[in-house]
Design a protein around this ligand. Structure first.
Ligand code: FHN
Length: 460
């Protein structure tokens, strides 16, 4: 290795060669160090593969960030919610007082799940534990959980799961690998450095054992789950997370469960889907998505309705319904699911503004659902004007920005049987682009719909 990095004489060619070797070295060492610890020999079961198909068909889910931090509602800062412990440097001993105030007496799982169904969503991904380390379910390995440490004393995850089963909604668990509370989460990572009373010693392997035991509880106490949504590895990117062991454990207990991890890298062996945070696949406005798009596993994009994941009492920066529908449709155009977030309030209710948004999107899906559910992305990637989704011999052209009404689909010239407007079945004028490099669709002004003008191409 020392030889590989020896500094050569600095002429341009050797410099270029040296840099290439250096990049290759960094890339492959990075790849090796993590992939060696991932589930190398993983072969998904048929059940798992079927669930991946189901997941891709489902297209739309609710992300739920709920924890004791909701009591603080961001503390008057629009940018803070589930990170308040870290961002306000609240000592563990003080933060531990929060569970004592957490009493979501108005939590009604039946209402939550009916809302999800009305919204047109097919699954829920809820925080079983966020970075603050507090378990929102009945954990036996730590009293720092909703049943033992709150006046409410009930297992909201269990209650929600029961209701999801009743109403036919799949439940996934968001589980934070990063933990500001556990003393064995040591050495500390990039975050939580200002929390004064974090332990100054600990055994990271003991922490991983603890995390795996909590995961085992989640995998064995609630029946069949949709999957596990990991987050937090980025806090200690060089640590040995023993991913292979954790992933094997999950697939042993629930072979059909889908594993995804928000590590902002290409999927490691053992992972069943890839996620993108607050960016469409391939985009990188957040600085998280520096890698490519996997074509081996299903994709998912998650997004907030305002600027916060957890409940923030003053954050009114809500995205418009049109913007959220456009993002969902563009995500579908990439073949990605849309996981839209809500941060429930400490009383157990979903913010009314969020309910309204969810209902409006649900209403749109009632009319246009068949152009989204069960489709796959493409065949051409989303473009400025909109996105394409496909179901067998049907291609839905979602025109989101009609401009002057002339839509050029470059690089796509299929043999079509018919082209019709989705809304009224009337014919769409289709021309071949000069040079036969694509097709041109014309949309008269009166055919433009406010959110999405859908054209249905039936292929020969
Ligand atoms: O730190 C978390 C954050 O609180 C939230 O859970 C989001 C959801 O994608 N993920 C993390 C940041 O990457």
């Amino acid at each position: 290795m020392a030889d590989a990095l020896e500094l050569p004489n600095l002429n341009l060619d050797t410099m270029r060669h040296f840099l290439l070797r250096l990049f290759a070295l960094i890339f492959f060492t990075g790849l090796l160090s993590t992939s060696l610890t991932a589930q190398e020999d993983y072969v998904p079961t048929q059940e798992n593969l079927d669930n991946r198909e189901w997941f891709q068909d489902a297209k739309y889910g609710l992300f739920v960030h709920w924890g004791v931090y909701s009591i603080m509602g961001g503390g008057g800062d629009p940018g803070i919610a589930e990170w308040i412990m870290e961002q306000k440097n609240i000592p563990i001993v003080q933060y531990e007082k929060l569970p004592g105030f957490f009493n979501p007496t108005q939590f009604d799982p039946a209402q939550w799940v009916s809302m999800v169904k009305k919204a047109g969503m097919k699954y829920i991904t809820i925080t079983s534990k966020h970075h603050d380390g507090f378990a929102m379910y009945d954990s036996k390995v730590s009293d720092y959980n909703i049943v033992d440490a709150t006046p409410y004393g009930k297992d909201v995850i269990g209650m929600l799961k029961e209701e999801c089963d009743k109403q036919g909604i799949k439940l996934f668990f968001y589980h934070s690998q990063l933990d500001w509370h556990q003393s064995d989460y040591f050495p500390h990572g990039r975050t939580g450095k200002g929390i004064a009373d974090r332990s100054q010693s600990g055994d990271f392997n003991t922490y991983i054992d603890y995390m795996n035991t909590q995961l085992t509880e989640l995998l064995t106490q609630y029946g069949e789950i949709g999957g596990i949504w990991f987050d937090g590895m980025w806090d200690k990117p060089d640590a040995d997370w023993r991913l292979g062991e954790t992933y094997a454990l999950i697939h042993k207990h629930q072979p059909g469960a889908l594993i995804g991890s928000n590590h902002h890298k290409m999927p490691y062996p053992g992972e069943d889907f890839m996620m993108f945070e607050r960016d469409l696949p391939g985009e990188n406005s957040m600085g998280f998505n520096n890698t490519g798009i996997s074509d081996a596993v299903p994709l998912e994009m998650c997004e907030t309705m305002n600027g916060s994941w957890g409940f923030n009492i003053i954050d009114q920066n809500y995205k418009s319904i049109e913007k959220l529908i456009h993002t969902m449709v563009r995500a579908a155009g990439y073949g990605a699911n849309f996981l839209l977030n809500t941060g429930p309030m400490p009383n157990g209710k979903i913010q009314p503004e969020n309910v309204d948004t969810l209902m409006a999107i649900g209403q749109w899906l009632e009319s246009y659902g068949e152009t989204v559910y069960g489709t796959r992305g493409g065949p051409v990637k989303p473009q400025e004007w909109g996105a394409l989704t496909t179901k067998e011999k049907t291609v839905f052209v979602h025109v989101l920005n009609p401009g002057e009404g002339v839509i050029e689909i470059e690089g796509y010239l299929p043999k079509i049987k018919s082209a019709k407007f989705f809304d009224d079945g009337s014919k769409v004028q289709v021309k071949v682009k000069k040079g036969k490099t694509g097709m041109v669709l014309t949309i008269p002004k009166e055919k433009v719909k406010p959110t999405d003008t859908v054209i249905v191409l039936t292929l020969q």
